[in-house]
Design a protein around this ligand. Sequence first.
Ligand SMILES: Cc1cc2nc3c(=O)[nH]c(=O)nc-3n(C[C@H](O)[C@H](O)[C@H](O)COP(=O)(O)OP(=O)(O)OC[C@H]3O[C@@H](n4cnc5c(N)ncnc54)[C@H](O)[C@@H]3O)c2cc1C
Length: 277
Amino acid sequence: MSIPELTGIENGAGTLRIGAATLLRDVAADPMVRSAQPALAAAITEIASPAVRNMATIGGNLCIDTRCTYYDQGEMWRTAIGHCLKTTGDICWVAPGRPVCQAISAGDTAPILCALEATVRLVSVDGERVVPMESLYTEDGAASLTLGPGEILAEIIIDSGSQAEGRRAAFRKLRRRGSIDFAVLSVAAAVSVGDDGLVRQARIHLGAVAPRPLPATEASASLVGRVLDEESIVEAARLARAAAAPFDNTDFRPAWRRQMVEVETAAALREVLIQLP
Ligand SMILES: Cc1cc2nc3c(=O)[nH]c(=O)nc-3n(C[C@H](O)[C@H](O)[C@H](O)COP(=O)(O)OP(=O)(O)OC[C@H]3O[C@@H](n4cnc5c(N)ncnc54)[C@H](O)[C@@H]3O)c2cc1C
């Protein structure tokens, strides 16, 4: 946080650049972020509590560990059940048939930044690379980041240029306690509508249902070329539900979380709809 090159926010030529060590509080309060990417600012204000947001960085939030009710226990408890894939065991207790750990990616900035098509600049002594936000994450909850050894996340880049023109976005979060809690489900939706009133591009990402932010690909595709209205929203929400298969690794039942994918996706798309000119 004391490395100046890693902190601060810039907005120029339709591109918003956020240093990875910028505090969540500062990102959410920044006038450029609030005007260019209000859904990101809104998502950040749902993270934890003011005290945490005053200390936590956006890069740290993007790189936080995955969560699971079996993993988030004391050492004695884990030893008693013989550990799991995320520690030293050889089984995923929530999905014993799965070859990789199913701990969930529950950070709030990742789904919305994926929906906004953000990229990240990764830096190491060997050089740097800019990759889509989605490629920062794997499908293995025990090794959920693709960062190489010695590589750090330096910057988040959000383009509001041609492809993103007219884009409106929304973020919804489901959790047990509204005042402070990790998501058991989140939905980020970003939709661009052309001058003809038809959807040009839609990106829906689901958080807290998989080891990475899960793209609801069919749901997103179903909106393209159509008017964003109640009919297309309901259809996309149904397809998003079909894409998600949450396991029993939060304190809510997976079947209910899956049902809520449809409810929250529809709610997110309705929030996008009311923002359209
Ligand atoms: C009580 C509580 C409630 C919370 N609720 C939520 C919530 O609702 N939603 C939510 O999203 N989060 C929540 N969090 C998580 C919180 O947002 C994160 O702890 C915080 O974002 C981490 O930021 P940090 O800067 O402290 O990172 P650190 O804790 O310092 O780092 C987290 C991880 O990322 C790595 N890392 C950090 N920066 C970089 C970088 N630039 N490049 C590469 N790796 C890096 C670190 O090595 C570490 O592995 C909660 C935390 C607490 C304590």
